[in-house]
Design a protein around this ligand. Sequence first.
Ligand code: HEM
Length: 194
Amino acid sequence: MDTPSDGTVAAERGSGTLTYALLAAVVVVSAIFAFSTNALPGHWYAVFKTVHVLFAVAWIGGGLLITILGLRAQRETDPGAVVTIARQAAFAGEKIFAPAGLVVFLMGIAMMINTNWGWGTFWVDAGLVGYAATFITGLAVLSPLAKKIEASAKQNGPEHPATIALIDRILLIARVDMALLLLVIVDMVTKPFS
Ligand code: HEM
């Protein structure tokens, strides 16, 4: 079996250190910006909004990329690739998107408590409904479906009609979910009817 050389291990360690240093730099500069603003209702509001938007970017940007990669693999009729993407989507949905979505939601609530937008405002309620819809879809539909695809691919193979039908279904639902999330972003940015 191949074992990584000392040089490879050192390079990996160096790359990990650089990643953490970059992350720390982003956090420090974000904090300086947030505590130097007079354009928002308060400094903590600025922190909550920064976290809200950064996690929304990670969540929805990531979801969009996976949806596009899935559609591309589907168009190229490459069932093996689609199954791989479905597997990665299941991992990302559970380990990245669901926690990121929760942070977006909690930061939204934190901003609402620290300002006077009002809970009856259309764009806030639309955000709440959009979040609830995507949360339930992820938990009750997308996640179980991704596991079913994995099981069907193992049992019947990636090119079996049953596996392909499940993949078509998940990609369709993911597209609808993405469209909804993009609309929530537009709603948050434009704040219609207010
Ligand atoms: C799918 C979930 C959500 C996404 C993708 C999202 C996205 C965004 C984005 C991109 C902004 C920046 C808008 C701008 O500065 O022009 C924003 C702002 C904001 N969002 Fe959300 N949001 C979501 C859910 C929520 C929820 C559930 C709430 C409330 C409970 C909320 C409350 C707010 C507030 C108060 C602002 C700040 C508005 C401002 O200061 O201009 N968001 N959101």
